[in-house]
Design a protein around this ligand. Sequence first.
Ligand code: 0R9
Length: 640
Amino acid sequence: MDEKVTHYNDDDIQVLEGLEAVRKRPGMYIGSTSEKGLHHLVWEIVDNAIDEALAGYCDDIEVIIGKGNTITVKDDGRGMPTGINKKTGLSTVETIFTVLHAGGKFGGGGYKVSGGLHGVGASVVNALSTWLEVTVYHDGKIFYQKFQDGGKPVEELKEIGTCEENRTGTTVTFKADPEIFTETTVYNYDTLAKRLQELAFLNKGIRIILIDEREEEKKQEFLYNGGIIEYVQMLNKNKTPIHDNVMYFEGTEDGIELEVAMQYNDSYNANVYSFTNNINTYEGGTHEDGVKRALTRIINNYARNNKILKDNDEAFTGEDVREGLTMIISCKHPDPQFEGQTKTKLGNAEVRKIADDVFSEGFERFLMENPNEAKTIVDKSNTAAHARLAAKKARELTRRKSPLDTINTLGKLADCTSKDATISEIFIVEGDSAGGSAKSARIPKTQAILPLRGKILNVEKARLDRALSNEEIRTMITAFGTGIGDDFDIEKLRYHKIVIMTDADVDGSHIQILLLTLFYRFFRPIIEGGYVYIAQPPLFRITHGKNIKYVQDEVEYEEYRATLPASAKPTVNRFKGLGEMNAEDLRDTTMSIENRVLRRVTIEDAMAADKIISEFMGDDVLPRKVFLEEHGHEYTELDV
Ligand code: 0R9
């Protein structure tokens, strides 16, 4: 931020509500009390440190996961104000930690730009913690206060010692309350590392250190002086860029700051990620619209002026000009309005023009000053446009025209007889042999089976036209009935449950990731509508006398074994894959409505799969292999 703003005044703090409300309905404040909610506590405190950094007073932030799953966040900012607040009669520190909606975000004054989705901050974390300590270094003094049992002050803020005059900063340590976070109070190192790295990319020059002091000591430092330029470099790490340098444009208008970094690679997909005040605006919004609009206009103008597009040629579409593009858009706004289903769409109308202005000015200059790169980029749009026209023709092949047509294009699909989509299901099954068992096990009226032979095409490496020349993808599209691209119509979806059924091994994970990516790219509304599921076939069949019990994993097996007499000698079959199950096993465990476990795929799951595909599934085989070996199992355990 270029400009420092007026300081908080102790009176700025508004006194609104007590912490009891937070403990009664924690979901309202942090979204949920699941693992996601637990990590939300960390983000609230880290966001406060980042705010201080954005105001220009702090360079170093440290996050420590302590032995008992405590969290410590340290910053080297000015230190929170320690004086008395006139409205509450309490110290500012105590006010910030005990009064809901206190702090500059709601009280006026304070930071020009502030992160955090909820902005409820420190008091919510305090309310949901068994204990919380805050230490402030300020004016050569050290101040300390502790709270316990959901935010009750143990004592008031006290000066507990002295420090060097130039040492300033704030340290907060807390222990999440297991009575609130009943699912888990264990932090996931990778979740913290991923977000802290993202914050370091989005806020150049801030050093963020993550330390894990639990069993095995881990430490990572994130510092990117190149900011989002380095973010794009990382995203393109396993890809082949078609020009040397990442382009970077920035500008500020009316206190709204916009940064864009971008680089084209030789793949066929766009990876455009946008952020506002460090929040990932998954649903896009005006900053993204402005930049995309300008990109399409400028490339079209350039192509017309340089006769790459002739007078009669159709203009390039947005998708044409974004083919192979990796782009980060980061907006910092003093008063962002978030809209959309998940409140991750920037709504501020004024941003559209600012984003367009900042981006077009920079990008036009880039094209003028770099004619070779300009030609490479515009040629890529041109090839994409030609491929789009070819795909349009190929798409015709996926349209159901007559019943005869349907038979010809539906290949190995064993369709269901019902025409009522709400009760119809399609199982996409790995392998012909499992497909055979599934066909015998199904209820023909409501359950359709589509066996997949081996792996489906990796859409990362193919344009829509090639994807459509793949028989299995074409069959799937025809079966779904929705059409694709401009023709897509969710109302025409023929099955309200699309179930991916693969083996619980590395190959199965790979197929799941490929399918999710295919759906995410070409059929997003079926994921958004909650129509996609992952089947959970069991790992063991245990036969004991006349009883047959199926269990999902080793833990469940041990649990069941413990219920049998020690002398019992049950027969245990371990299924290596779906192909080893007979029709009866498959029906009783994975397909019948009474017994099966289906996990609904969320848009976040699909987004994660897509990101993995684009980061790990490019031309280079090694990163894919390593990734699948290390993480494949996570994608057979998608959380819903
Ligand atoms: C470890 C996590 N860090 C923090 O929570 C943190 C809050 C904070 C802060 C100020 C400085 N460092 C901080 N770290 C601050 C802000 C201002 C003046 N002095 C210190 C100011 O904006 O004028 N505060 C954030 C809010 C407030 N302080 C308060 F003023 F509302 F209390």
